[in-house]
Design a protein around this ligand. Structure first.
Ligand SMILES: Nc1ncnc2c1ncn2[C@@H]1O[C@H](COP(=O)(O)OP(=O)(O)O)[C@@H](O)[C@H]1O
Ligand SMILES: [Mg+2]
Length: 223
């Protein structure tokens, strides 16, 4: 479902060029479970941002389900992102002034799903992620694990094909992190394509396929 051909991403900072991605080739099939590891600064987040259409390559081609998404304008990309791709971050990124329920429902509001259906799907999603009794809590009234489960619930409420997680357990203790990993793996069992960036060897090793970044280059295998 994903094909990268010779994708590079360069940043210019104060006259200096940083090569965050160097001619990356990658094919990910529907239903894959991929972990991405590598040292800090090696380009993992940049790669995830490109895959999630949050950033554009400097050169190269990105095919999503056979379509060249690098050729789409920003609005067209936003539509693909909103409907087909979910994103989870280390820092949860919940909207602080919205309740858990409102946060989880947000993508459906943006997609203009009617209220009754929105309520029903949000309730089911809260239930599925063990948050049924936390719907009216604000994010800062939740534990770290609950916040990340809420973020995953929000990222998947539109039933995307692809979920990208950038260090999803990075701010969590081991026990809570395991809960979050279980929630992600359950989604993968249900058919979601999952790509997880992690520093955690144990988590990285759980993936069916392991990738490694080093100085902007992508290598297969060896977690
Ligand atoms: N927006 C940006 N502007 C300039 N440089 C950036 C930007 N984003 C990332 N970089 C640089 O690109 C390299 C890769 O960063 P990143 O993808 O965040 O690495 P990782 O997620 O593996 O820690 C780093 O050298 C970083 O400083
Ligand atoms: Mg990163």
């Amino acid at each position: 479902m994903i094909e990268l051909h010779q994708v590079s991403r360069r940043f210019e900072v104060g006259g200096q060029v940083v090569h965050a991605l160097r001619e990356v080739d990658l094919v990910v099939a529907r239903g894959d479970y991929v972990s991405l590891m590598g040292p800090s600064g090696s380009g993992k987040s940049t790669l995830l941002n490109v895959l999630g259409l949050l950033d554009r390559p400097s050169s190269g081609r990105y095919l999503f389900d056979g379509e060249d998404v690098t050729a789409l304008d920003d609005d067209q990309q936003a539509l693909v992102r909103r409907v087909r791709i979910g994103f989870v971050f280390q820092s949860f990124q919940l909207v602080p002034r919205l309740t858990t329920e409102q946060n989880v429902a947000l993508p459906l509001v943006l997609a203009e799903v009617p209220l009754a259906e929105r309520r029903e799907r949000t309730a089911a999603q809260l239930q599925a992620f063990g948050l049924a009794d936390r719907g009216h809590h604000l994010p800062d009234q939740l534990s770290g694990g609950q916040r990340q489960r809420a973020a995953i619930a929000r990222a998947t409420i539109t039933r995307p094909d692809l979920l990208l997680a950038d260090e999803p357990t990075g701010n969590l203790d081991k026990h809570t992190g395991d809960d979050v990993v279980q929630a992600l793996e359950k989604l993968h069992d249900d058919g979601l394509t999952l790509i997880v960036v992690t520093h955690d060897q144990a988590l990285g090793a759980r993936a069916v396929r392991r990738l490694r970044m080093d100085d902007g280059r992508l290598e297969e295998g060896a977690a």
